[in-house]
Design a protein around this ligand. Structure first.
Ligand code: HEC
Length: 441
């Protein structure tokens, strides 16, 4: 008995000591001086200034100490709540390796918060990093990597945007002019000129085409095709090069349907325009990547009562083994959160991604790293769950007393999950799984 007692006391003692040490080190961390010149400016250069500078999309610049200091309280709020930078996937749940991650690390977030809490001091300005130089020349950012200009360029029709007006969503269609099938290796969208860059908040290009649902897929897979999201443009996003063995298929007589979100900035822009550059494979690649719309709730069946949080859920069963390339939730003003979960044929479940902090004005595509993209067996079920917050607690909610249904307008709702699925043959699936497990060893 005694022995047990003393052991327990020892344990408690050890625990106390641990807690004490933890407290002391936490105190010294928060007591450590954090300054603009010492730590914060470098984080802002890496994670904020692409957008927060003149001629880009954010409402204010965060290039200098004076600018950042002026916004310190609101910066703290946005950073602590993971609203800024715009990267809203939960950092504790699901896959965390992305090709386009622009989130803050935990340490960066804590550093910014500590800096504001200490009164946002400048520190020794001679220690501050050199200001960044931004290249605003209109170039195809993928040109260097691809080794040539795009093989095909498709331009949206120009839009005449008034100096002062509400946000506009412009949805023209443009023929691609293709007369034969082509396999796409890479895609990039950009604003067509510098005036457009200042007013195009983001742009989506949908590929509209006749497709029999069999081309380029494993034999037993037959998928119905609707319009497919082809590419999206947002500041800081250079475009997408598909994995070497995969591509998207463009058919003859296809069209690009655009959705350009325009935000007036005080000067009229008579020719707001975006363009799409496409690089082709010379030979058909081994696999076809297909963008699939995994609805939590499909058209006309979304039903969100006033002053409630509504949860909807949809399933999608993979007709063949596949690699899941990304997660892109799409909702409107009441959108609050969305998750994608897999249930495997052996009954195991796994949350792949969870955007717990959805911001309707940011349509972000979370693209998994090659090594992290799940490779899943035939029969895997993907479950998309959407939460819509139609209460007064949602700061974006224009009217919590409205009943809300499915629709195009931003005051209506949607609950889509856009996922690029690369279907694999059974043998290839087994080979990739074997490669992964030997790499893990
Ligand atoms: C991809 C572009 C982008 C990046 C990167 C970005 N921002 Fe923003 N930021 C915006 C845009 C656009 C807005 C205005 C729209 C909105 O609030 O979503 C904004 C709004 C803000 C606001 C609110 C301003 C106000 O007056 O209410 C703060 C604060 C802010 N950003 C801080 C930051 C900080 C700090 C970082 C880096 C850690 C950052 N942002 C990174 C684009 C960006």
């Amino acid at each position: 008995m005694n022995a047990i007692m003393s052991k327990t006391t020892d344990k408690v003692g050890a625990l106390m000591l641990l807690i004490l040490t933890a407290c002391v080190s936490a105190m010294s961390a928060s007591a450590q001086e954090v300054t603009w010149s010492g730590e914060v400016a470098a984080i802002f250069q890496e994670k904020c200034q692409e957008c927060h500078r003149p001629d880009s999309i954010a409402p204010m610049s965060l290039l200098t100490y004076e600018q950042a200091k002026m916004f310190a309280p609101v910066i703290r709020y946005r950073v602590e709540n993971r609203v800024m930078p715009p990267w809203h996937v939960n950092p504790q749940i699901g896959i965390q390796d992305f090709t386009n991650d622009r989130g803050l690390t935990d340490e960066q977030r804590q550093t910014i918060i500590a800096w504001v809490d200490q009164g946002a001091p400048e520190g020794d300005s001679s220690l501050a990093p050199e200001p960044l130089e931004f290249n605003d020349a209109l170039v195809w950012r993928l040109e260097e990597q691809m080794g040539s200009a795009p093989d095909l360029v498709v331009e949206s029709e120009p839009f005449d945007l008034a100096a002062v007006t509400q946000d506009k969503w412009f949805r023209p269609s443009t023929p691609t002019g293709l007369t034969e099938e082509r396999w796409v290796k890479a895609i990039e969208i950009r604003p067509k000129n510098s005036q457009s860059r200042q007013v195009v908040h983001h742009a989506l290009a949908f590929l509209m085409q006749q497709d029999d649902g069999k081309r380029g897929l494993p034999d037993d897979v037959d998928i119905p095709f609707g319009p497919s999201l082809f590419m999206e443009w947002a500041v800081g996003k250079a475009g997408q090069i598909f994995r070497p063995d995969t591509g998207k298929l463009m058919m003859p007589d296809s069209q690009i349907m655009w959705e350009v979100h325009l935000h007036a900035n005080g000067e009229r822009v008579p020719d707001a325009q975006v363009e799409l550059g496409v690089w082709f494979h010379d030979e058909p690649p081994e696999h076809r990547t297909i963008l699939s719309m995994l609805d939590a709730q499909g058209p006309n069946s979304l039903d969100i009562p006033p002053n409630e949080i509504a949860v909807t859920r949809g399933t999608f069963v993979l007709a063949a083994p596949a690699r899941i390339e990304n997660f892109q939730p799409h909702m409107h003003m009441r959108g609050k959160a969305m998750s994608m979960e897999a249930i495997y044929p052996n009954g195991e479940r796994e949350v792949l991604s969870f955007v717990d902090n959805f911001q309707w004005n940011w349509q972000i595509n979370y693209v998994y790293d090659e090594e992290a993209a799940p490779i899943v067996p035939k029969g895997t079920m993907l479950i998309t769950t959407a939460w819509h917050d139609n209460t007064a607690n949602n700061p974006h909610n224009p009217d919590p007393d409205q009943w809300v249904g499915w629709g195009d307008r931003t005051v209506d709702e949607m609950a889509h999950n856009w996922v690029d699925v690369t279907y694999l043959g059974q043998e290839e699936y087994e080979r990739l799984i074997a490669e992964r497990s030997s790499a893990a060893r």
